[in-house]
Unconditional design. Structure first.
Length: 213
């Protein structure tokens, strides 16, 4: 339970930091863009305006493009991790929804300018890279990680002890059909939430367990 709470705190903290980073970036980017747009010829073609803006503040805007790409990539990774964490521990997805909405909002407002095509390309590139990484990781490690996850899993909350025990016994029985490891389970009661089942590998025969062979 302690590990789960620590991870939850870490996720909440990272959510706040992520949104704060987007907020500060958006303010600074808007300020720099407004300064640069003064040099653009009013009524000129969009491509001419873009070239003029880049000509006067190109170096500073380049740093913003890099920062934007990094923020988008980290946001994608964080949302993916948050989704997997919520799915693994059967938690409410309210934090995922709220964080996703705010990140989408900040990305959108940063696209409302003459440079939106550049930023849109960065979003697409970032997305493709994250997808490629995800596919590669899945191909190389998912089978092994999934196996380990089945041997060491945490689930809940369950409203009653009987439901928690039934879930634990069914899962342990299923795992034992595919593994020679000594699998045991432990049930913890979290006040105000319910019963949580922790299934794990017992390293020695001297450990105490709560399931019958």
């Amino acid at each position: 339970m302690g590990k789960r709470k620590n991870i939850s705190r870490w996720i909440s903290t990272f959510s706040v930091i992520s949104l704060l980073a987007w907020f500060l970036f958006s303010i600074r980017f808007f300020y720099v863009y407004q300064e640069a747009s003064v040099f653009a010829t009013e009524g000129a073609q969009p491509i001419i305006k873009i070239l003029e803006i880049l000509n006067y503040r190109g170096e500073e805007l380049l740093s913003f493009f890099i920062s934007f790409f990094i923020l988008v990539s980290l946001s994608f990774l964080f949302l993916i991790y948050l989704f997997l964490y919520i799915k693994k521990y059967h938690l409410k997805n309210s934090l995922l929804i709220i964080t996703g909405i705010f990140i989408t909002f900040f990305i959108t407002i940063n696209l409302i300018n003459e440079l939106f095509l550049f930023l849109l390309v960065l979003i697409v590139v970032s997305f493709l890279i994250m997808v490629s990484i995800g596919i590669t990781v899945k191909y190389l490690y998912v089978e092994e990680d999934d196996y380990e996850e089945r041997l060491n899993s945490f689930s809940g909350p369950f409203k009653t002890l009987s439901k928690a025990e039934k879930h634990a016994e069914q899962k342990v029985s299923k795992i034992k059909k595919k593994s020679n490891q000594h699998i045991v389970y432990k049930i913890d009661l979290e006040i105000g939430e319910g019963y949580y089942v922790n299934i794990y590998i017992e390293e020695t025969d001297n450990g105490r367990n709560e399931n019958n062979e």
